[in-house]
Ligand binder design. Structure first.
Ligand SMILES: [Zn+2]
Length: 365
């Protein structure tokens, strides 16, 4: 009897950890398959922010005339190849990503700024291509740490690269270095951390030096996946403004599961405005102790958009899409439900969304 029980537990743990189609979350309506999802707010002032999910943590956020891009990566490489050695930018997948972007009347040529959360290849590989092909406006602002710079150095050309470490919020000095995108939008880079990839194993830690990437001269060149070291990991607060100073809507973006400050952000950052929309990475969250429950308990966001949920070791296909390896979604939602009192009265799908890559969410406020 005891053995059967143990076997059942093992089977459950294994089946939750291996990639599978998230049927349960499709049934619950959390999996957003629509290409466009509008989230209305009864108290709306007809302001709309467009948040497009492009896979992994690749996001495009558009408000009024400003568009910002996070963690450009469409080029899913097969898992075995990535694990054993070399990966490369895939133009075909990138075209699909561009098609998603163009379909919603966006274009890489309209991007005002690019932010990189950390330097693993699944957060920046396609930036090299965007720069190489001059797909971004020449005055687009690019923010990443020194590891990011070392990786894409040969593609920056005459552009200005901004080292995020010079802008990052420091609670000791309360240096809120907001990056002004326009009168309507500003971004704050905040310190964050990266969850282990499996149990306590944390791959590709440390900083990327420039030695290996000195020879990275063409975006379609094969490069070693394990040379994309994490560097510093950041999260972001995006404020949508009225008249240059009134904060109308606040978005938090976490491109990695996190335990820094026990998974919370500094209280000081929430004093002038609470977080309306939390964009949180789900991958590997089950290998952290405090994330996402401590953060959710602290920020109490109105809506939650989950990223980095699909298996990026396979070419993207909506019918064959599976969950990311080694991530237990049930456990993530169990931790979320343990602190999210909104879920006592709301359905999970009223608040949480697991979007298919390409899906555009329109939040009214
Ligand atoms: Zn990573």
């Amino acid at each position: 009897m005891r053995q059967t029980f143990l076997l059942l537990i093992c089977w459950h743990a294994i089946s939750c950890s291996f990639p599978h189609y998230p049927k349960k979350y499709e049934k619950l309506g959390v999996l957003t398959k629509d290409t466009l999802k509008e989230i209305k707010n009864v108290n709306s002032n007809n302001n709309k922010v467009y948040v497009q999910y492009l896979g992994c943590n690749n996001l495009l956020i558009k408000f009024k005339d400003e568009t910002i891009l996070f963690d450009p990566f469409f080029s899913n490489n097969r898992g075995l190849k990535a694990a054993l050695g070399k990966i490369k930018f895939k133009e075909g997948y990138f075209k699909k990503g561009s098609w998603f972007v163009n379909r919603n009347n966006n274009s890489f040529s309209k991007i005002n700024a690019v932010f990189i959360s950390h330097s693993h290849y699944d957060h920046l590989l396609d930036l090299a291509y965007l720069l190489e092909k001059d797909s971004l406006p020449t005055n687009a602002l690019i923010y990443g740490d020194q590891s990011t710079k070392n990786i894409i150095n040969n593609f920056i050309k005459n552009r200005k690269f901004n080292n995020s470490e010079n802008f990052v919020y420091n609670s000791k000095f309360k240096n809120k270095n907001w990056i002004k995108i326009s009168n309507n939008m500003r971004v704050l880079i905040i310190p964050s951390s990266h969850a282990p990839h499996f149990r306590h194993i944390h791959f590709m830690k440390g900083h990327t030096d420039s030695m290996y990437f000195n020879n990275f001269k063409s975006s379609t060149q094969l490069v070693k996946a394990n040379q994309f070291k994490e560097g510093k990991t950041f999260a972001f607060i995006v404020d949508l403004l009225e008249s240059d100073s009134i904060i109308k809507y606040r978005i938090l973006i976490k491109g990695a599961g996190c335990e820094i400050n026990e998974g919370k952000i500094e209280d000081e950052l929430l004093q002038d405005k609470k977080i309306d929309l939390a964009i949180l990475q789900i991958a590997s969250a089950n290998f952290t102790n405090c994330y996402p429950q401590n953060l959710l308990n602290q920020i109490k966001p109105e809506k939650v958009l989950l990223t980095h949920w699909e298996n990026f070791f396979n070419p993207y296909s909506p019918k064959k899409i599976k969950t990311v390896n080694a991530t237990n979604f049930n456990y993530f939602f169990k931790k979320a439900k343990s602190v999210d009192r909104d879920l006592d009265s709301l359905k999970l799908s009223d608040k949480y969304s697991l979007p298919m890559p390409g899906t555009m969410h329109v939040y009214e406020f």
